[in-house]
Design a protein around this ligand. Sequence first.
Ligand code: UD1
Length: 438
Amino acid sequence: MDKFRIRGGKPLKGRVTISGAKNSALPCMAAAILTSEDITLHNLPYVRDIITMRRLLEDIGAHVLTPELRTHKISAAHIELQAAPYDLVKTMRASVLALGPLIARFGKARVSLPGGCAIGARPIDLHLAGLTKMGAEVFLEAGDVIARAPEDGLKGAEISFEKISVTGTENLMMAATLAHGRTVINNAAREPEVKDLAELLNKMGARVRGAGTPTIQIEGVEGLSGAQHTIIPDRIETGTFIVAAAITNGELEIKDCNPEHCNRIIGKLREVGVEIEEVNQSTLHARRGPRGLHAGDLRTEPYPAFPTDMQAQYMALMTQATGHSVITETVFENRYMHASELQRMGARIQVSHDKAIVDGPGKLIGARVQASDLRASASLVLAGLVADGETTIERVYHIDRGYEKIETKLKAVGADIERIRESVTAPLSSARDDAATA
Ligand code: UD1
């Protein structure tokens, strides 16, 4: 398994380019199942989860061509198997996104239940309850969810989420595109990735309105056609690089991002002393402000609030800020696994239930630490960049799931970071304990 070795203390300077959003790319790839015509997606990030989703599509019979590195042309004309197998679902929870499109187009789907998960229990009950409301029969068999539509297909329904779910919203939105009549999803996730998926679906001929608001309405149509779509920039990668500039006391120009999608991240980071300038609609300039970093409380919540996927990176930053920061994680339970690794590097953090109190600023000292999930790994990289001496981060396959060539991007702006290859690639099965985080 690959490792990162980082020698901290180098202020980052220069320009980084943001990749496409993994969390938008995954549902858009799954949406290709909805049509027999070609779906061409541009600006896909070159990360492991995309490779996993491609494998899933190919496993069920789709053809995927890669005319360019970041472009996939997906043809689901001949789907042989309406099933997402366990060995893929267990490594990537987002595999569950195959469920909605499969049942919508073929009337049946079999998807393994995502297994135990590194960031708390993450059930898919909301996805299943929604499908049931649309008339599907849903049952469990040998660890798989089996869903069957009525003979004449899914029916539009009014679905109200008791808890906001991003992939739940996406799955049901996709299922509803080919259902009879109108579906209304109340308390829907408002993430930009949900809106991006809706845009693709509408290009395919679907009739989706209201994506990006709490109420989404979908009028079912008879069939969907091919389309081309460019994936939005990754807002979490953008936020991670803003933190990288601030934590190392460096200065970064962050290109090809969408500042509008990062409003709350930018707002919060400005509040704690990071200077962020919007150079233009797709470029940010970030550095630590002249008065230094100071503590700030944080509460994660669904979009448009501060994202849980930036909580770990924020925690790393707060180890370098003056004062006590109280972080409250409301989206996932048990999403503080990075805290104990940061403590091993000298950070003063107390975790109690959904809260973590960070006492800064304190010197971080390089140590041997272990990545536990995707975003936790990012926080360890950030801590390593500012720590005295050498930090070795083990199990970086977690970070490879969602950050495109992070060490190459960091090195290009002055970080002393190298990948130590211990095998060509981590076997997919070794990501078992990451089960589908983020
Ligand atoms: C997505 C993102 C992930 C992000 C998360 C929250 C993708 C591929 N992943 O994950 O990066 O951290 O949103 O912003 O887009 N829940 C239930 N029942 C369900 C579904 C969810 O109780 O059926 C709970 C979960 O346990 C969690 C909360 O709802 O506590 C939010 O989860 P959800 O939004 O579904 O996360 P994902 O879509 O899996």
